[in-house]
Design a protein around this ligand. Structure first.
Ligand code: MSP
Length: 472
């Protein structure tokens, strides 16, 4: 049995969870369930990123106290994770006292790679990062992700000497000791790495109050990314506790927009602390709405709660894990959602369960005993982290089962007494195959997998009282 540690990006709490936030959780959950299914022990972190001006300003705008604002929003993320059926084991908030203290310890341990300097340049508060002059020019002075002009900052800050670690990071990415997925993103990071300047890791208190104080210097507060990235190890107890059972992480889930922080600054921090690098950093694409980035001004923001409430959790997980490509940007539209539900979940799977259970009931068949067995093709796809393809593969097995029923026409054998034994053999074999399919579906749509298993392993096979996916 191995110990597996999975992490997800911790969202800023300056608003409610949106549909994009679901992607880190869902993908990591698939891997967690897959690994548990193989008998491994999984520790699975999620959390909220609660410091920084962006959040402080939002609370101020709303006229509410910052602490109660972040408490409320963090709670919304915790509820969201529960509603999505995510099997996390740990939840961290960057305002937790333990995190704050451990983060300051981390700073002290990195001190030989930190120096103070003055800076004048451009900053994007949405990204919470400094922009190079080259990017400033390329983007015409406006952040393409946040649609806001960059701000000119002139301040004295602490810097982290990324250059101390560039060679080691480059080598780890190139030889896949720290694997970046999808592969083309590894190349992007290697290019960025060459040009990466040292990063500023503090802000003067006059500019940023809502943050972790720099140890030994009351005039400075830690840069929010240094604080946020540390969460992945402070939650394990670092540096108070030995974290070697779970570190290095098996996979650290991030969206493509924040890969650079995880593939450059974070490894530099780890190397500075003398810790190993994560094994894999899978970076997923973005969910678009009607072909465009979701934005309040365009008015195309999709509310995840509405999607969940419309057709329930299995439909939600099904769509975002299969029709949203694991690594590329993918589009959400209500038409696509409805058609995946009606055409695939209800027709392909729901009808299959109903049909087969009815045929078994007519023969009074008892449920079958299920013995899980590994499937090499499935394992290969799951191990490559390309879950939407693994899901496609499972679905092809659902479709083959439908085809097999159509070809064998058990309802015709049902009419002939002398064919009874042959009919029972066919039905039992179909049930065994469906139980394997349910087992392979478990990481993706666990509630449906359990429902199918319950039906076909019961003392007597009976169709569900209501269809698994009622058409609407
Ligand atoms: N607070 C930082 C992460 C710190 S991790 C040490 C942050 N927060 S965020 O709220 O902006 O984003 C959280 C996650 O949601 C990221 O992985 C991001 O890529 C993901 N997504 C945000 N919008 C998204 C889509 N539209 N689609 C898919 N994922 C997206 O960045």
């Amino acid at each position: 049995m191995s110990k597996i540690y999975l992490t997800t990006a911790i969202p800023y709490v300056n608003g409610a969870p949106h549909i994009g936030h679901a992607m880190d959780y869902l993908l990591a959950d698939v891997y967690a369930r897959y690994q548990r299914g193989k008998g491994n022990e999984v520790r699975f972190q999620a959390g909220t990123d609660e410091h920084g001006n962006k959040i402080a300003k939002k609370a101020e705008e709303l006229g509410v106290d910052i602490k109660s604002y972040v408490d409320d929003n963090s709670k919304r993320f915790q509820d969201f994770i529960k509603k999505l059926g995510i099997s996390t084991t740990d939840f961290i908030r960057t305002t937790d006292a333990d995190h704050i203290r451990r983060c300051q310890e981390i700073w002290k341990k990195l001190e030989s790679h930190i120096y103070k300097d003055s800076y004048e340049g451009w900053y994007c508060e949405g990204c919470e990062r400094y922009i190079t002059d080259k990017e400033y020019e390329e983007n015409g002075g406006i952040c393409p992700d946040h649609n806001k002009p960059y701000e000119k900052l002139s301040e004295e800050n602490y810097y982290f000497r990324i250059s101390d670690f560039k060679d080691q990071i480059r080598e780890a990415i190139t030889n896949k000791q720290m694997e970046i997925l999808p592969e083309f993103r590894a190349k992007e990071i290697l290019n960025l790495l060459d040009d990466s300047p040292d990063v500023s890791i503090s802000r003067p208190v006059s500019q940023l109050k809502w943050g972790i104080p720099v140890p030994g210097d009351d005039s400075q507060v830690m840069y929010v990314w240094l604080d946020a990235l540390s969460n992945y190890i402070t939650i394990l107890g670092y540096p108070d506790q030995d974290i070697s059972d779970y570190w290095p992480a098996s996979a650290q889930y991030v969206g493509k927009d924040i890969l650079r922080f995880h593939a450059i600054i974070w490894p530099a921090m780890l190397l500075g602390l003398g810790l190993s690098l994560p094994k894999v950093i899978p970076s997923h694409g973005h969910v678009l709405s009607n072909g465009q980035k979701m934005s309040k001004s365009i008015g195309n923001v999709v509310d995840p709660m509405e999607v969940l409430d419309t057709k329930g959790l299995p439909a939600f997980r099904y769509f975002f894990l299969r029709h949203v490509d694991t690594f590329a940007d993918s589009d959400f539209t209500w038409e696509k959602y409805d058609s995946a539900y009606n055409g695939e979940l209800a027709n392909d799977l729901g009808n299959l369960v109903q049909r087969l259970a009815n045929l078994c009931k007519k023969q009074d068949l008892p449920g079958r005993k299920f013995e899980p067995a590994r499937d090499a093709e499935y394992d290969k796809l799951m191990d490559s982290f390309y879950f939407s393809r693994a899901f496609d593969y499972v679905w092809s097995r659902v479709q083959s089962l439908n085809k097999e029923i159509d070809e064998k026409k058990p309802w015709e054998l049902n009419k002939l007494e002398e064919k009874h034994d042959e009919l029972v053999t066919i039905l039992n074999s179909l049930v065994d195959k469906l139980l394997i399919v349910a087992y392979l579906l478990e990481p993706f749509i666990p509630d449906t997998a359990t429902a199918i298993r319950d039906i076909f392993t019961a003392d007597q096979i009976l169709p569900p009282a209501a269809p698994l996916f009622p058409k609407n």
